[in-house]
Ligand binder design. Structure first.
Ligand SMILES: [Zn+2]
Length: 264
């Protein structure tokens, strides 16, 4: 049986139907996937779900690549290429660098990876990453309780914190709705968000998802869910950035900045 990383790299390389790709890729991410060699033809593999092993999600055809590097190095390249923003070439460069470096680098890297996986977990309240339960922001008594800022990921929360303008609490969704990638409300921390609204006395929810198509769709989805809760729902303003130049702005950004103009 192939490793999940190997399946993942094959899936992105093979021209399979988009719907099958999404199902299979989602199964890879959630770890409920197995892969079987058919045994009839070289390089033909069936991808099936653990829960429904008789049902094939998709087949991958094609001869398997000839191995250039020793297996352990090949495995490291496959693992590194699973990281976001790192393709096959970058993964190979990093793997060869690690191989050439002193052993201490590999040991420190491996120890850090394990430490972060062991110590960092989700805050049970806001779902940000933390090594305390609840996290420092959730347990800070100086912060305003009634205002909740909803962000896509931990990086967005850090960016807002650095501005120092917001003194309320956060809720991290860990993604945005994206039907084309197979990401629905059940894949985000939306259920937990709604449960939190029942539990805590929230007066205002600030929707701070990114101004992308998916971020906007997610903000609208959440606004709809909150429409009958009697909670003030606000959206962060979008428009011309500081130091920007109107003649170089795209029309969508300019349209948004006119819509969200303020009295001065
Ligand atoms: Zn928290």
């Amino acid at each position: 049986m192939l490793s999940r990383a190997a399946i993942s790299s094959q899936l992105s390389a093979k021209p399979i139907k988009k719907k099958s790709y999404l199902r299979a890729n989602r199964a890879v991410r959630s770890g409920v996937l197995t892969i079987k060699d058919t045994g009839q033809k070289q390089g033909v593999r069936l991808i099936t779900d653990y829960q429904q092993p008789t049902q094939t999600i998709c087949t991958i055809r094609g001869k398997s690549k000839m191995k250039i590097y020793p297996k352990s190095l090949e495995d490291l390249i496959v693992q590194l290429s699973r990281l976001p923003g790192i393709g096959q070439k970058s993964a190979t460069r990093v793997a060869l660098y690690i191989l050439r470096s002193r052993k201490e680098l590999a040991e420190a890297l491996a120890a850090s990876l394990m430490e972060v996986k062991d110590k960092i977990k989700f805050c049970p309240v806001c779902f940000n990453f933390t090594d305390n339960e609840p996290c420092d922001i959730c347990s800070d008594s100086n912060r305003a309780n009634g205002v909740l800022c909803v962000v896509e990921g931990p990086g967005d929360q850090i960016a807002i914190e650095e501005t120092g303008v917001f003194n309320g609490r956060y809720h991290v969704l860990h993604g945005v709705l994206s039907p084309l990638d197979g990401v629905g409300p059940e894949d985000l921390k939306i259920g937990e968000f709604m449960a939190r609204l029942e539990r805590e006395r929230i007066n205002e929810v600030v929707l701070a998802t990114n101004p992308t198509a998916q971020g906007e769709a997610t903000a609208h989805f959440l606004a709809d869910l909150l429409s009958d809760k009697g909670i003030k729902v606000t959206r962060i303003a979008m428009g011309v950035p500081m130091g920007g130049d109107l003649k170089y702005m795209d029309s969508m950004t300019l349209r948004h900045s006119f819509k969200s103009r303020i009295e001065v």
